[in-house]
Structure formats: C-alpha cells, structure tokens
Design a protein around this ligand. Structure first.
Ligand code: ADP
Ligand code: TRP
Length: 324
C-alpha cells in the first residue's frame, strides 16, 4: 500500500492585487509543493479573514473571484488541489469559537499583528484580535502537515500548533499536531522604497503588472540610500533582481555596470517583464470565463466541507456537545 500523502494547506486574503512579494514569499511555494506530487493540497481564499479590512460587498465579491483567477494563473491546478473559499465551509468559524473558549486574552495579546495594531493606537476589532483562532481552525480542520506562508505568518502557524496541543490536553487527542509546518527559506521581499513590499505601503510590483507598470515601478526604486551609493550597487534593485536571476549572473552584471543605476534598472525591468508576461497572458485567458472559476470554487467547497465537517464532528464529540 502506498503511504498516505502529507497534507498541505495555505491561504491568502482577498484584499487586493497580489504583488511579487506575495508570490515569492508564499504563492510560489504553493505551486512548487503541489507539483512535487507529494502533498494533498488545500488552497483557500481567506475571505472571513479579509472582512476586517474589506467591508463593501461588491469589492469583496470582486476580490474573491480575482484571487481565484490568480491562483489558477500561477498554476494551481483544480484537478490536483482543492481550491475553495473559507466562508463556504462553516466548520471554520464554528471551530474557531471552540478554540476561543480554551484560549486566554493575554495569549492572543502576544500576537504580533495585534501588538502592531495596538502600538499604532488603532481601534482593533474583535475579528482582528481573534484572527489567530480562525487561522488555527483553517489549519487543524484538514490535519495539515505543511503550511507554506511568508515569514510574517510564522507566529500564526505556531498558534495553531499550540492550540491543537491545548485542545488535545483538555479534551482528547482530536487534532494532529502539525510538524514541519514552516518552510524556512522564504524571504521577505523588499518594496520599491526598501521597506517590506506590502499592499498597504504602496511600494509594490504587481504580479500581473503590464510592461509599463513594471517599468514605472522599477524606475521608482529608491537607490540613493547611504551605503548603496558608495559601493555602486543599488541594494534595493539588487535584492529584487535576486528573485529573478542566479547569483553568479548578477554578480557579474552588477560588477560590470557598477554605479550605472539606469542600466541596472533597465536590466531588471527586462527580466521582470519576461517573467510576468506569460503569467499575465495566462491570467487574461482564465479571466474570460468567470463562471468556470466560480464552479471551481463550488467544487472545491464540496470537497473541503467533506473533510472539515468530519474533523469538526470529532471535536464536537470530544467536547461533549454531541450527545450520542
Ligand atoms: P500584504 O502585506 O501585501 O497585505 P498579505 O498580508 O496579504 O500581504 O500576505 C499574503 C502572503 O504573502 C503571506 O503569506 C505573507 O507572508 C506573504 N508576503 C506578503 N508580503 C511579503 C513580502 N514582502 N515578502 C515575502 N512574503 C510576503
Ligand atoms: N493569515 C494569512 C495571511 O495573512 C492568510 C491565512 C488565513 C492563512 N488562513 C490561513 C494562511 C491558513 C495559511 C493557513 O496571509
């Protein structure tokens, strides 16, 4: 008999257009791991996690379909993986409630996302505070072994592991303790201003950007910051370039063109354009049939529900609300 495949689950929030930071930090791992054939994969659109930001129905609908198209365009094959949206599987929010009841406020107050929001003196909604419990439910409902995410999500995955352990200790062993969850070699991609590339900083290069948009974004990369100037190597340009070419090639190029920022940026523009063009073209084609995309999500939801409902039922038995 063949050994059962390991299980992989990950998700992205439908909060706007993805950028190359999202891709190299997380989404590329989705495709690479799916294509190894070693994992049963679940790729989720985390719409309930986006609700603390997107509070407009038309925008939410649009973002969900757009993200589904993005998933397909980067190469997630719905024949090989389950692609679904979180809100279609009500077991997620139900299990999150169960987890809320065994989790303390001080524990959730240690979450980076909460601490950042609190440090900026923002009015934090309960959904943001509780975010790690819904994410723990996302992961644990599918007995996930591997959760490829960017480095900034690592703590959330640890919360899922802790929560599984806590539940199992209090009640009975229902949840698989996720091992080997974090892909360690993911890096944080810098944006055009040198800070972390992020939708909220307006410093992104879109994953499906047009040639003009790519050129404009690259030309805006900050090159005049301190050390970069003196060594003749524009660090931000090089850091982004590293995503698209190997080290030996770039070492040579950056030596040859030392101090010639315009030439180096032109080279980067060409490399990003070559990389993005086929992705963008595939995306345009997929986007012509939105009905098909919606069908894929419906099918994915049916498959996800079958697994999630069964795990939830085990949890309900374990806490004693199922009385048979
Ligand atoms: P954003 O900061 O642009 O809103 P999200 O929070 O939606 O991005 O992140 C989606 C996924 O992409 C997460 O797994 C996150 O870790 C990853 N990610 C986001 N920005 C970067 C980046 N600059 N470098 C690497 N990974 C990133
Ligand atoms: N919190 C993740 C992010 O901001 C998205 C997400 C929600 C997720 N649920 C998940 C990622 C479960 C992995 C597994 O990017």
């Amino acid at each position: 008999m063949r050994a059962a495949k390991k299980i992989l689950l990950s998700g992205v929030k439908p909060t706007g257009r993805p950028h190359i930071g999202n891709y190299f930090g997380a989404m590329k791992q989705f495709v690479d791991l799916l294509n190894t054939g070693e994992y049963q994969c679940y790729f989720m659109i985390a719409d309930y996690h986006a609700l603390n930001l997107i509070q407009n129905a038309a925008e939410m609908r649009e973002n969900i379909v757009e993200l589904a198209i993005d998933y397909l365009a980067i190469g997630l094959d719905p024949k090989k993986a389950v692609i679904f949206k979180q809100s279609d599987v009500s077991a997620h929010t139900e299990l999150a409630w169960i987890f809320d009841s065994i989790t303390t406020m001080p524990y959730l107050m240690r979450a980076h996302a909460y601490k950042d929001a609190a440090a900026h003196d923002k009015e934090i909604n309960v959904g943001t505070f509780n975010y790690p419990m819904l994410m723990a439910a996302d992961i644990l409902l599918y007995d996930a072994d591997v959760v490829p995410v960017g480095a900034d999500q690592k703590q959330h995955v640890e919360y899922a592991r802790d929560t599984a352990q806590k539940f199992n200790n209090i009640f009975s062993p229902v949840f698989k303790l996720p091992n080997d969850l974090i892909i360690e070699n993911v890096k944080t991609v810098p944006g055009t201003d040198g800070r972390k590339m992020s939708k909220s900083y307006g410093n992104t290069i879109g994953l499906f950007a047009t040639d003009d948009e790519i050129r404009k974004a690259v030309m805006s990369i900050v090159t005049d910051s301190g050390a970069a100037g003196s060594s003749g190597v524009p660090v931000n340009v090089r850091a982004i370039h590293d995503l698209f070419r190997d080290k030996a090639y770039l070492d040579k190029l950056y030596e040859e063109k030392k101090g010639r920022y315009k030439d180096l940026k032109d080279a980067l523009v060409a490399d990003i354009q070559d990389f993005i063009r086929p992705l963008r073209e595939r995306r345009e084609e997929i986007a012509t049939d939105r009905k098909k995309v919606i069908k894929i999500l419906e099918k994915g939801a049916t498959r996800a529900r079958a697994v999630a409902d069964e795990t939830l039922e085990r949890a309900k038995q374990s806490i004693g609300v199922t009385i048979k």
